[in-house]
Design a protein around this ligand. Structure first.
Ligand code: HEC
Length: 165
């Protein structure tokens, strides 16, 4: 069977690699000791973030009209984004506040845990609202919510992710 997602996934991956190149000080997480709780948490949240970016990119591209609308692909990506958003806080427990070298997580995450968790909640709620709209009214109902959903990524990064300069 032909995989209908293949091309979009590649687009998403390409977009997130470009994004990562620009934004991730740590790069691939090489050299991180994954046997420590802090190292494992870092690799886990990096993976979750890459999935989130790999979903957000094709969702955004379709919403902006850069790729043809495919209802099934859009709905799947939106539902996958909800799943990824729901996994964010698990990578930032109180016990893993000592982020390894290469992590872009700022220490303020762990001194403002309530605010950080609230931003993660906002992300999840926005993604769920988008998913509900898409379930009810398809792409047309979700398109207008994409930008505000994506705004939650930056809203957290601005305060809690180290800038790559
Ligand atoms: C609640 C806060 C929060 C939200 C919401 C959030 N991020 Fe992140 N993100 C972070 C933090 C903190 C890091 C740095 C993690 C680290 O390096 O330890 C990060 C890192 C990343 C990275 C770099 C991963 C790597 O390979 O090092 C990408 C890409 C990314 N986020 C994409 C997204 C996208 C896309 C969204 C929205 C769909 C999003 N993030 C939502 C906090 C957040």
């Amino acid at each position: 069977m032909k995989n209908p997602y293949g091309k979009l996934m590649m687009l998403g991956v390409a977009a997130s690699i470009a994004f990562l190149g620009a934004c991730a000080p740590g790069g691939g997480g090489g050299g991180v000791d994954e046997t420590t709780p802090e190292g494992a948490a870092f690799l886990y949240r990096q993976a979750v973030m890459r999935v989130a970016a790999g979903k957000m990119a094709p969702i955004g591209a379709m919403a902006r009209g850069e790729v043809p609308v495919d209802e099934a692909v859009f709905a799947k990506n939106v539902n996958d984004l909800v799943a990824a958003a729901g996994m964010i806080t698990e990578g930032f427990g109180a016990d893993v506040s000592n982020a390894p070298a290469g992590s872009a997580a700022l220490p303020e995450i762990w001194t403002n845990m309530d605010d950080f968790n609230e931003r993660a909640d906002n992300m999840l709620n926005a993604a769920m609202e988008l998913a509900r709209a898409v379930e009810d009214g398809g792409f047309a109902a979700g398109q207008g919510l994409v930008q505000s959903t994506a705004g939650n990524c930056g809203a957290c990064h601005r305060s809690y992710r180290q800038r790559d300069e």
